[in-house]
Design a protein around this ligand. Sequence first.
Ligand SMILES: C[S@@+](CC[C@H](N)C(=O)[O-])C[C@H]1O[C@@H](n2cnc3c(N)ncnc32)[C@H](O)[C@@H]1O
Length: 233
Amino acid sequence: MARQLDEQIAGRFPVGQRLRVLDVGMGQGTQALRLARAGHQVTGVEQDPKMISAAHEELAGEPEGIRERVRIVQGDGRDTGVHFLPGSFDVVLCHGVLMYIEEPDPLLAGLARMLAPGGLLSLLVRNGDALAMRPGLGGDWGAALAAFDTTAYRNRLGLDVRADRLAELTATLAGIGAPLHAWYGVRVFTDTAADGAEIPTDVEALLAVEERAGKTDPYRSVAALLHLCGVRG
Ligand SMILES: C[S@@+](CC[C@H](N)C(=O)[O-])C[C@H]1O[C@@H](n2cnc3c(N)ncnc32)[C@H](O)[C@@H]1O
């Protein structure tokens, strides 16, 4: 994700420009902190107080110059219009959030409105075109068969959530004025790794393979997650 995002940022903005980044559903702030360390001005929106505490804790360990570049707002990602002015961000991230939103279109339209012209919208969603992969690779044939005809799934936390299909999101992005510019697969080969699995010693090679597969057909199409990048017209 980080490499894909950096590739898109590098291809779109001049080197050294301090970008205004909005991270909606920032969680514990992994990307937000990384981008702040890279010199950008980051605003995170998160609704879960536990995640906000975790993000504040992470941030507390950073030097002041980085801390002052991060602002954390507790709120619902669907209410960005209440907190911020339209067109006030260069990059808007919404990673791992759409799964939890029953009606994603208003959220997405709100995020697109936050972008300045030429700004980048980066979405990470569960791939609704390849939901049979996880149960299929696990040998759960009943679940695999059922997964072909739905975008609903139960995640590893046991929550009933939803996936998004590439064609539908492509149409949505065009409709909200931030047409799809690039897309990647995320977790092509590693989706079946157990939660909490040890980081392997050859992690650099693993990342190189994932990065390559994530931008190569046909591999990216069956990734567990899709990373979509729209650009505000
Ligand atoms: C799977 S985590 C992803 C965190 C982070 N974006 C990342 O990629 O590591 C999803 C996060 O989105 C938050 N979230 C879900 N729905 C939200 C909403 N409507 N508004 C704000 N945050 C939301 C959850 O509380 C959770 O922290």
